[in-house]
Design a protein around this ligand. Sequence first.
Ligand code: FAD
Length: 443
Amino acid sequence: MIDTSSQTIVIVGAGPAGLLLAHYLLRRGDRVQIYDRRPDPRQVAPDQQRSFPISLQYRGRRALQGIPGLEEAIAEYSVMCQGTYLHRKGKTRRILRKHPILTIDRNRLVLVLLEQLVARYPDPARLSLTFDCTCQGVDSQTQTVSFQAADGQSFTVNYDRLVGADGAKSCVRAALVAEHGLNCQQTYVPDAYKSIFLARTNPQQGVELAPDFIHACNMGGDARILLAPQPGDQMHGAFIFNAKNSPFDGLKTKADVLDYFAARLPTFRSLLSEAEAEALLQRPTARLTTVTCDRFHHGDRILILGDAAHAVSPSIGQGCNSALQDVEWLNQLLDQYQDDWSQVLPQFSQQRVVEAHALRDLSDYSFPRSKALVLEFFLRLTVGRKLHQWFPKRFSPFVFDLVLDTDLNYSEVLRRSQGWINKVKRSMLAEPAPAQLSQSLTR
Ligand SMILES: Cc1cc2nc3c(=O)[nH]c(=O)nc-3n(C[C@H](O)[C@H](O)[C@H](O)COP(=O)(O)OP(=O)(O)OC[C@H]3O[C@@H](n4cnc5c(N)ncnc54)[C@H](O)[C@@H]3O)c2cc1C
């Protein structure tokens, strides 16, 4: 076993991946310093602008379960969902999942991970946290990272190991691209989104959404809403639309927003307050980026993980699941190679890059993008599922059941679903710029 008791691991990014990693590393005996450009979430009101519900299945939940008591703490602020209701043109369809899905607001997840971390490791010599500072660059020769604080002051810190968990626009990754020949492709997906908050019930109008289901609705065109129940009878979600065809381009006032909902989805109109209609109008639109890299490490000292290494479209809800799984995987490799980072990091790249590339394909091509495939998609979701139950040897589960109800590696899910994935890919080549009809609808 290599003695790592004196090593300092600097983590850039206090998102789900960075914070869970800190839990694992501190348990191993490392010293950890975390830096994040956002304010300390314990000291500011929750940011409603860039918040959305995250659903975690097997992969993400198992990574949380690796730290005793952590999932239980998170579950206090979560709702366990049994599946999804699809709402479309006044009709609903229920898709049950085999195993409950943990749904939680992204910022709440971060807050609980952070609170648990400081409660467990109060000694500042072992864990230090610095917020309001933006990573500016990495110098691998001197093993330093530079930051700029909110007041404009710059400072540098030394690291023994450096982990970039700083999201899709990672600065650590940018340094590896600029200085160390990392190949990375970064693309915008057509989707953009705004956070949205609805009531779950409207007793006056006799409207009530099932409390333990995710609700997904197609608003027509490319627009769709994905809502997860939150503790306290609120629904929290993302209003997703094609950035080039935003419904908000034609909505100028609160009344326009209310009319839009009334025309497309009256049930949801009755759950939308006037205040939220106004807030929705004012909330900024966020764009979504995907990231594909050919490796996730440099030498034996620098690693990137989570969205920094492999951001994907949220269409099948696996970004956070896979980010948390990265951490569990890294921990297993540290066990296997007795904390020898010179062996662990290349192994991590070798094993996780293939998974990340498979996840990218699954995220891009699981949903049909052409109207011609939509019918087949729903048949596979419903009839196909029954056929698999009756004749398991002849009919394999559909891609969503493999992603959401098993812990198979993404590369294996892709292998078993290659026929469907290729079909969607081909249809996209045949029909460029199609409607993304049902993305996000079946989590
Ligand atoms: C609308 C939507 C819905 C989603 N739904 C799901 C879902 O249901 N299930 C699921 O598994 N995934 C989902 N995802 C994806 C999920 O949110 C991400 O995959 C996950 O948050 C990745 O975690 P992370 O810690 O790697 O990165 P992030 O969550 O992006 O955290 C990165 C952190 O780094 C900090 N940072 C960034 N740059 C710097 C810098 N230069 N210096 C210092 N700090 C920096 C940021 O402030 C942030 O705190 C969804 C995403 C979206 C947009």
